[in-house]
Ligand binder design. Structure first.
Ligand SMILES: Cc1cc2nc3c(=O)[nH]c(=O)nc-3n(C[C@H](O)[C@H](O)[C@H](O)COP(=O)(O)OP(=O)(O)OC[C@H]3O[C@@H](n4cnc5c(N)ncnc54)[C@H](O)[C@@H]3O)c2cc1C
Ligand SMILES: NC(=O)c1ccc[n+]([C@@H]2O[C@H](COP(=O)([O-])OP(=O)(O)OC[C@H]3O[C@@H](n4cnc5c(N)ncnc54)[C@H](OP(=O)(O)O)[C@@H]3O)[C@@H](O)[C@H]2O)c1
Length: 256
């Protein structure tokens, strides 16, 4: 990524004519420490008051340069429902320790920030005959969360499975929420796998790529993949090797 924009967006920023990007002013409404590294930021839009977006899309937060040159942009997926258009939610990997993470982390509740959006062609597509497979690592869950929540909100009956890879027990969050969905929607299931679990972990172990062994056939699937850049590339290769299914993925680096 050279100019801060995902590759998929260069040259076609407004995926939908009705959803061209706009500038927004927002306040931080709530900060949740989900793990040592992951923060959930709920924003309250000030002006304009609502954000129309498609599940999976992202926003670009303006990172000012303190008067030293132009500001820069950092993209964050919307981890919330379009129906909560006044209160977008972001999942921030605070462990990145980069410019964007540092800027967002210094915000307290009530402080303002600016962003533009929505952006991105990584959003739910129309594949009504297919089972949906969502594959994510780390905060790559953010856009997948929005997609799954939206499908469930609209009582979508397509079978959907989420494969989510984290490193170890202290990295786990959203487990209760995922279980709540699974308990109430027989068409939704999820598998959480830990690549470096502790001795007492009784769940799945290994990377999400390993979990794909449980899917010998993929021709009936539509796959959405987001997270670690190498994982996205490897999962795409594995799926292509197994058969022909549409693969939708967030491309944010040249070497994907
Ligand atoms: C469409 C899209 C959606 C995204 N959605 C999310 C999301 O929902 N959640 C999320 O957490 N991220 C998301 N990202 C990634 C996010 O935009 C940022 O790229 C990411 O948070 C890192 O930005 P940063 O400014 O914190 O780090 P940067 O400043 O860009 O640095 C990147 C990495 O390099 C390291 N680094 C920087 N400078 C140096 C140096 N001098 N020496 C050594 N190392 C250095 C930093 O520690 C960091 O790990 C998304 C990206 C895209 C394109
Ligand atoms: N829309 C978007 O584009 C978007 C949205 C949200 C987040 N993101 C980005 O997605 C990334 C999420 O990464 P993270 O830092 O939160 O998690 P991470 O630290 O990269 O790792 C999380 C898990 O991914 C595994 N993993 C690493 N490489 C893999 C590979 N090649 N194949 C399969 N699994 C692999 C790790 O296994 P090991 O323990 O074996 O390494 C670990 O279990 C961040 O860079 C974030 O900025 C992008």
């Amino acid at each position: 990524m050279t100019d801060g924009r995902p590759l998929s967006d260069r040259g076609r920023f407004s995926t939908f004519p009705c959803m061209s990007s706009r500038q927004f002013r927002a306040k931080v409404l709530r900060i949740r420490h989900l793990t040592t590294d992951v923060r959930e930021l709920t924003l309250e839009l000030v002006d304009p008051p609502t954000l129309a977006f498609l599940p999976g899309q992202s926003i670009a937060v303006t990172i000012p340069n303190g008067g030293f040159g132009p500001s820069s942009l950092r993209y964050y997926s919307l981890a919330s429902l379009p129906s909560s258009s006044h209160h977008p939610v972001l999942l921030l990997n605070a462990g990145d320790h980069g410019k964007g993470a540092a800027f967002l982390l210094k915000h307290s509740v009530g402080e303002e920030l600016h962003f533009s959006g929505p952006f991105g062609s990584f959003h739910l597509q129309h594949d009504p005959e297919r089972e949906l497979l969502f594959v994510g690592t780390g905060t790559g869950i953010a856009p997948l969360w929005s997609m799954i929540a939206s499908l469930l909100e609209h009582s979508c009956s397509q079978p959907m499975t989420l494969l989510w890879g984290l490193r170890s027990e202290p990295d786990i969050y959203y487990l209760k929420e995922l279980q709540w969905w699974a308990d109430r929607h027989s068409n939704f299931s999820f598998i959480l796998t830990l690549s470096q679990p502790g001795q007492n972990w009784r769940g799945k172990t290994g990377r999400v790529t390993h979990l794909l062994q449980e899917f010998p056939q993929v021709d009936h699937l539509a796959a959405y993949v987001c997270g670690n850049r190498k994982m996205v590339a490897e999962v795409s290769d594995l799926l292509r090797h197994k058969g022909a299914c549409p693969i939708y993925r967030e491309r944010h680096d040249e070497d994907l």
